[in-house]
Design a binder for this molecule. Structure first.
Ligand code: IVH
Length: 697
């Protein structure tokens, strides 16, 4: 562990004098000399070793801070020595902002699916079919969990991770290498013996339930669409074009199949154990079974215990263990004859619908929630279930007093899947969706194409206002230290009618309130003052335009540079911005067409909140890293200052005049003829404002 580093230049080569903490001892120190290349390799090896302990074996040996220090040292050395760049360095696991294109890649071995069954009788049929082809031999099975995620094929050459490809149509899939590289439990450099020179390994990428819940909570706070279940979240995440976003999501991966290694191993089990030695995360929940009785026991065990796992499974996979027997059995057109998937039925319970509540969220969306007679389902007591929207209520023709079936499938929140019509008593009446907001009594609206009803009273409906205030102060928005109870108190005292109210608060006003002491009042005011320095993209996120989450806000800030430009943008201009679709664009246009929102923006501007250019203070990408740009002339969409800020935000440098180090000249109207001539003479590309924004999108 490096505690002190100095550099000495010897001729053209750097040598590092590193004071390292010697092996395990806390206090022994040893001085050693290593050149940067050696040190970089050593650091990579050490960090990957700790990754393996933490993410694969769940047995960390060092503290987070020690790990962070190793990583910092590696990143700093790699920056100084780009000659040692390696895409498989652990420092690359943070991803990057470059737009990934998912090119199609053909699988070396097709990715087949498995035959599914829901009944034990069909597993007996599966064994009968095997016995017909291989009569009189004992058959050993391997039972594994059926992970409910996204299947992936990883390609390795000479111990190094090369490529990750999704299943696609089974023949070809999407190259998602950049995203998969961010998954810490996937080894980038293998260790151990007898690793095939070139091979594929197959597995399932999934999101553990806890990570999924956290992610959805953040999305809810940001007013973004929620993922229905961890599987959708994992597959959505793998398709994100920006791998630095993927790196922040806690994806994990279990490996369960190596195609084409029948010559290297005699059984499937052996191949999986070898994969574990090479550094892959292989499931601990795997069992050899000498007959169907043991297979059924395994199924029963995990049917009961599946809710105790930290991730979702949807069944059990049963595989013939011997490779020789597997080869005798072969494949049908679709699937191997040596394996079958037993799928669990979704866990169900029946209970009574007691009443329906309607909840109003920050965006005004009204969600019907069923109150149920408490019932035990998959290890937890369920009292409430989402009814989604009016269509769902109508579809089920659900009535208060009905006996309903609830199901916990992949989803975290149980859903009502049916009504026991045979038990319905004749006096029950159909449920009509409410017409007025349960909180402020405003008539509800249902916009065209929306399944949900909304309360349009966004400036007067208490849960909407409080939700907006909470969102505004949240860490990723304005980061004002104001707890939910304090917001409630300030709102009830009439001091916060909307988010601009924060900037009208004074010490005197706060000290008149109960529970406010000098110190807490001081802290709140300081925090509000500090929020005026929060960069523009976070302000944009904080004002809570529907569908404008953190990532979209960053995109908009970098493209438009300031609030004024964004406010004037048309639907057509908005959809030009990468990843902004019609729905988001429509929501932005509608937000700014409301005079009350424009007034709110003006009040925030008057209070000193950042309304432009601030993208420069937060780095957005490295797309212009190492590039020198000259700006000349007057531009359609951005001021020169904004363009300069954008260049810096994307890692480039602004130059005052054209010279041989210039990479691009961004030309607006009225660009000086001398500059243009010089650029032409030096062969420097002269690009338009649109070319430039295209470059950084
Ligand atoms: S083995 C040749 N093992 O289930 C068959 N698959 O329809 C290789 N899955 O596409 C697959 N857990 O995505 C295998 N323990 C496991 C699995 C598993 C989940 C998925 C996989 C496959 C699908 C089968």
């Amino acid at each position: 562990m490096a505690v002190h580093i100095t550099y000495q230049q010897q001729q053209s080569c750097f040598k590092l004098l590193i004071l390292i903490r010697y092996e395990q001892s806390e206090y022994d120190f040893k001085i050693c000399e290593m050149n940067p290349g050696e040190r970089i390799l050593k650091l990579r090896e050490t960090i990957e070793h700790h990754n393996d302990l933490y993410y694969v074996k769940s047995q960390p040996e060092i503290q987070d801070v020690e790990y962070d220090n190793l990583m910092k040292e590696l990143i700093s050395l790699e920056k100084q020595h780009p000659e040692y760049d390696d895409p498989n360095s652990p420092s690359q696991r943070v991803g990057n902002d470059t737009n990934n294109d998912f090119v199609q890649v053909r699988h070396d071995y097709p990715m087949l699916s498995l035959d599914n069954t829901y009944s034990p009788a069909e597993i007996a049929d599966f064994e009968d079919r095997i016995r017909k082809i291989i009569p009189g031999e004992p058959i050993e099975y391997i039972c594994e969990l059926k992970y409910d995620g996204v299947s992936i094929s990883l390609h390795y050459e000479h111990g190094r991770f090369i490529r990750a490809v999704t299943r696609g149509d089974g023949e070809k899939g999407d190259d998602v290498t950049a995203n998969v590289r961010t998954i810490r439990s996937i080894p980038l450099n293998l260790k151990g013996k007898n690793i095939p020179a070139v091979f594929d390994i197959r597995g399932e990428i999934f999101l553990p339930r806890q990570g999924f819940e956290k992610m959805n909570k953040e999305r809810e706070e940001a007013g973004e669409m929620l993922f229905a279940n961890p599987r959708n979240a994992a597959s959505g995440t793998l398709k994100i074009k920006n791998s630095s976003v993927v790196a922040k999501r806690p994806l994990d991966c279990y490996l369960y199949f190596i195609p084409g290694v029948e010559k290297d191993f005699t059984t499937h089990y052996e191949s999986i154990m070898a994969a574990s030695d090479w550094g892959f995360k292989v499931p601990p929940y795997i069992q050899k079974c000498s007959g169907l009785k043991e297979v059924f026991n395994f199924i029963e065990l995990w049917y009961q215990d599946r809710s105790k796992l930290p991730f979702d499974i949807d069944g059990i996979v049963i595989k013939v263990n011997s490779y020789r027997q597997q080869q005798l059995l072969g494949f049908t057109a679709k699937s191997p004859r040596w394996a079958i998937a037993y799928k669990f039925k979704a866990q169900e319970a029946v209970t009574e619908l007691l009443s329906i509540d309607y909840q109003v969220g920050r965006t005004g969306a009204v969600t019907p929630v069923a109150n149920l007679r408490p019932v035990l389902l998959a290890g937890t007591t369920v009292k409430r279930a989402s009814l989604h929207n009016a269509d769902q209520i109508a579809l089920l023709d659900i009535r208060i007093g009905d006996l309903v079936t609830i199901e916990k499938g992949g989803e975290i929140i149980p859903k009502i899947t049916g009504v026991k019509l045979e038990s319905r008593t004749p006096n029950l009446v159909p449920v009509g969706f409410i017409n007025f907001c349960p909180e402020c009594h405003t008539p509800l609206v249902r916009p065209e194409g929306e399944a949900r009803h909304f309360c349009p009273n966004d400036t007067g409906c208490p849960p909407q206002i409080k939700g907006k205030l909470e969102h505004f102060v949240s860490r990723k928005a304005m980061d004002i230290g104001c707890a939910e109870v304090t917001i409630e108190q300030l709102y009830n005292a009439g001091l916060l009618k909307d988010v601009t109210g924060f900037y009208e608060l004074t010490l005197e006003k706060l000290l008149q309130l109960e529970r406010f002491a000098q110190k807490s009042a001081d802290n709140l005011i300081k925090s509000i003052v500090a929020s005026k320095q929060v960069p523009f993209e976070r302000v944009l996120y904080a004002i809570g335009i529907r569908y404008v989450g953190e990532t979209v806000a960053k995109k908009l800030a970098s493209h438009f540079g300031g609030m004024d430009q964004l406010m004037q943008a048309t639907q057509e201009q908005l959809v030009q911005v990468g990843e902004i679709g019609e729905v988001i664009a429509g929501s932005i246009v509608s937000y700014f067409s409301n005079p009350r929102n424009r007034e709110l923006i003006e009040k925030l501007r008057d209070a000193g909140v950042q309304m432009s250019g601030s993208v420069a203070s937060g780095k957005i990408s490295d797309k212009l890293a190492g590039k020198n740009l000259v700006i000349s002339g007057v531009f359609k969409n951005h001021s020169r200052e904004e363009l300069q800020a954008m260049i810096e935000a994307h890692g480039g440098k602004n130059q005052g005049s054209v010279n041989s180090n210039t990479h691009f000249v961004v030309a607006g109207e009225g660009m000086g003829p001398a500059k243009r001539e010089k650029a032409l003479k030096l062969g420097i590309p002269v690009i338009s404002e649109d070319d430039f924004t295209g470059m950084i999108q």
